[in-house]
Write a protein that binds this ligand. Structure first.
Ligand SMILES: Cc1cc2nc3c(=O)[nH]c(=O)nc-3n(C[C@H](O)[C@H](O)[C@H](O)COP(=O)(O)O)c2cc1C
Length: 448
């Protein structure tokens, strides 16, 4: 009898419930060097899904077995992950409440596409589980899962994740439960890539160009038939199709709720479909979805309304915007402020302020904190909670952004790719005692 079968027989004898099938889907895609070997190795290991499943059944809303030992205070944290909810200590580690959701701190992981739905079916893989749950264990307050397509043609690349079908929901559940069990809030960014869809990635090649149809690419769509840089020319959407896409965003939001996500972010930045509608340089429509500011923002407002209508009343809705396209005559800060005020009235709780990505070939003055002035302006002028993002890499720098009132939370992107434990390191640097930092109990003995 093999070791595995012997273990299984022993489990049966002990009356232990059989673990659910662990799906290594996609990890044996032949053009991914080394991944087939990884799949083979992983398949021999004890099934990792079982502990996550059994624990999280008890750990809904972060109130699992582990949290009983916690100090109380912040509501979203598990054991060893709470920080007293009063106004003490660095601002980075103060909880924040949006509607019915309390987030244990103000260090969030922004959405970052990993192009790792290897089977090209939009379903996340074990890579995503490790990627997100390790950052949740690293102490991030909110994890915003990467751009997730609301339709197959809405993917940025063939390997983007999606929530365009009910059968994709289950693949997200264990990731969401893993994030929550580690004390973080699980949010998801919903996206349609529009004219910036069907592009390549490390996994399929064709980086920064359109993937041809015979290699899994597709005809892209947009408000107007204007290409982005050298990408293929998109087809202009009909009004009926736009209405259909509003429904697709709402349906995907409903699926995100079913998967257990606690907050939704609409991707209206970086030149993807919604931001293509916003910007006069990519939207030349003369119907009700273009032709002036009111028309250009209509698609986003309809998406926000449709999502608000299907998600729970106490669930936060976030919108990520590019506050400027960095191009003359295009989308700018004043329009972003005006839009943010309107979004508030449409039930949006926070604006995630980024910039750029809409117009090819523009010069972006990239330097530390280069986008922070935009979040500060949106926060003050539109009186809406905001996040700041973009080359915020150091704990003291991040703390200053909050202390100076330039944002309500900071997002740490690429720095989190190289250091999943960024918040724990920040806690140490800023003098937060280790028993008040968001350590998992298993890691307390290794505290800074
Ligand atoms: C690999 C990678 C993928 C990204 N994917 C997304 C995405 O899916 N959605 C999004 O809104 N921004 C995306 N971004 C932008 C980041 O969220 C963030 O705004 C940007 O990296 C700037 O922050 P940073 O300097 O802390 O990295 C991505 C960035 C990187 C590096």
């Amino acid at each position: 009898m093999s070791d595995e079968r012997a273990a299984s027989a022993a489990d049966d004898a002990a009356g232990i419930e059989a673990p659910h099938d662990f799906d290594f889907r996609g990890l044996d895609v032949p053009n991914l060097v080394g991944s087939a070997a990884a799949a083979g190795k992983a398949a021999k290991q004890p099934k990792p899904a079982k502990p996550a499943k059994t624990k999280t059944a008890k750990a809904k809303d972060g109130k699992g077995k582990a949290s009983k030992k916690g100090k109380g205070g912040a509501t979203a944290a598990g054991a060893g992950t709470t920080f007293p909810s009063g106004g003490h200590g660095p601002m980075l580690f103060r909880p924040m409440t949006l509607r019915g959701l309390t987030i244990r701190n103000r260090i969030w992981m922004p959405p970052m596409d990993t192009y790792s739905a290897f089977a090209q079916d939009g379903r996340p893989t074990p890579f995503h589980y490790q990627h997100y749950v390790s950052r949740a264990m690293g102490g991030f307050g909110m994890i915003i899962a990467e751009a997730t397509a609301v339709a197959p043609e809405g993917r940025i690349s063939p390997n983007d994740v999606g929530l365009w079908a009910d059968w994709q929901i289950d693949s997200w559940r264990w990731i969401v439960e893993g994030i929550k069990e580690a004390g973080a809030v699980a949010a998801i960014q919903l996206n349609h890539a529009g004219r910036k869809g069907s592009t390549g990635s490390f996994a399929v090649g064709h980086e920064h160009e359109t993937v041809p149809g015979e290699e899994g690419g597709w005809q892209t769509v947009a408000p107007s038939a204007i290409p982005f840089g050298d990408y293929d020319t998109p087809r202009a959407l009909s009004v009926d199709e736009i209405h259909g896409l509003v429904g697709a965003f709402a349906a995907a939001a409903g699926r995100a709720v079913a998967a257990g996500f606690q907050a939704i972010e609409i991707h209206a930045a970086h030149g993807y479909l919604i931001s293509q509608f916003l910007d006069p340089l990519s939207n030349e429509r003369e119907d009700e979805y273009g032709n002036g500011f009111e028309g250009r923002i209509r698609f986003l407002l309809e998406v926000a309304d449709a999502i608000r209508a299907v998600i729970p009343e106490d669930m936060p809705l976030l919108v990520r915007v590019s506050a400027t396209d960095w191009a003359a005559g295009g989308w700018d800060l004043d329009q972003t402020v005006a839009l943010s005020k309107i979004l508030k009235a449409h039930g949006v709780d926070l604006v995630d302020v980024s910039t750029g990505g809409i117009i090819a070939g523009v010069t972006v003055p990239v330097k530390p904190e280069y986008q922070v002035p935009f979040s500060a302006q949106v926060r003050t002028r539109a009186s809406v909670p905001v996040t700041a993002v973009g080359l915020i890499t150091k704990p003291k720098q991040a703390e200053k952004v909050l202390a100076k009132g330039k944002a309500d939370a900071v997002e740490i992107g690429r720095a989190a790719l190289r250091d999943p434990y960024w918040p724990l390191r920040a806690a140490s640097k800023l003098g937060v005692p280790s028993d008040e930092a968001p350590y998992r109990p298993q890691y307390v003995r290794g505290a800074y």
